[in-house]
Design a protein. Structure first.
Length: 208
């Protein structure tokens, strides 16, 4: 693309660095920003800058937060003895959108994947173990993507907590094996949460 303005060219270049945004889409967005009122653009850029500089990670569950403790963990109306274990923040948002879960979350920050060099020590598993022990958690719902890496992570956590009284369940296999949790529709996610299974029925744990 040839631009008559270096400022516009720079804006297009920066916007095109975002995932899923090509140069043509970046140009359309840039021209749209030019048509907006200056105040609106200032509010837009200020919101992005504040988000990047001020967002935190909850000390309890590792979810995104505006404070040390996220709004979900701080909500007294949530079930404080039930934790849904997920891979990433996108999964928290996906499950919350179903409005079928009223407990807490724990974001692992990934799943065990030896091929990618990701081991248990690189995930938020130690803090999960501490939460179960310190807070008397009654149930862990393993809501990890149903693939080999997800199964391996579930198996590892279950082994680590085998000496505790916590009940470990998994979401029902309404999500296809090998699929990604964040791409499941809300109805499938809601059904999976509602029909979670005891860990004893989990295929990988039983070695079948």
């Amino acid at each position: 693309m040839i631009f008559s303005s270096k400022l516009v060219e720079d804006a297009v270049q920066e916007l095109s660095r975002l995932p899923g945004i090509g140069k043509k889409t970046a140009l359309r967005l840039t021209l749209h920003l030019l048509r907006m009122q200056e105040k609106e653009v200032d509010e837009f850029t200020d919101a992005i800058a504040r988000m990047r500089h001020e967002v935190q990670y909850c000390k309890n569950c590792h979810n995104i937060s505006d404070k040390d403790i996220c709004a979900i963990c701080a909500n007294p109306g949530r079930n404080q003895q039930q934790i849904c274990v997920v891979e990433n923040i996108r999964d928290v948002i996906a499950i919350e959108s179903t409005q079928q879960f009223s407990g807490l979350y724990h974001v692992l920050g990934g799943i065990i994947s030896p091929l990618d060099g990701i081991g248990p020590d690189q995930l938020n598993i130690a803090s999960l173990h501490a939460r179960v022990i310190d807070n008397g958690i009654k149930e862990l719902i393993m809501a990890l993507s149903p693939n080999i890496e997800g199964d391996t992570t579930v198996y590892y956590i279950a082994r680590q907590l085998s000496g505790t009284p916590v009940t470990i369940t998994t979401i029902a296999r309404g999500i296809a094996f090998g699929g990604e949790l964040e791409y499941a529709d809300e109805m499938t996610l809601a059904r999976s949460i509602a029909k979670r299974l005891p860990i004893e029925n989990y295929v990988t744990i039983n070695g079948r």
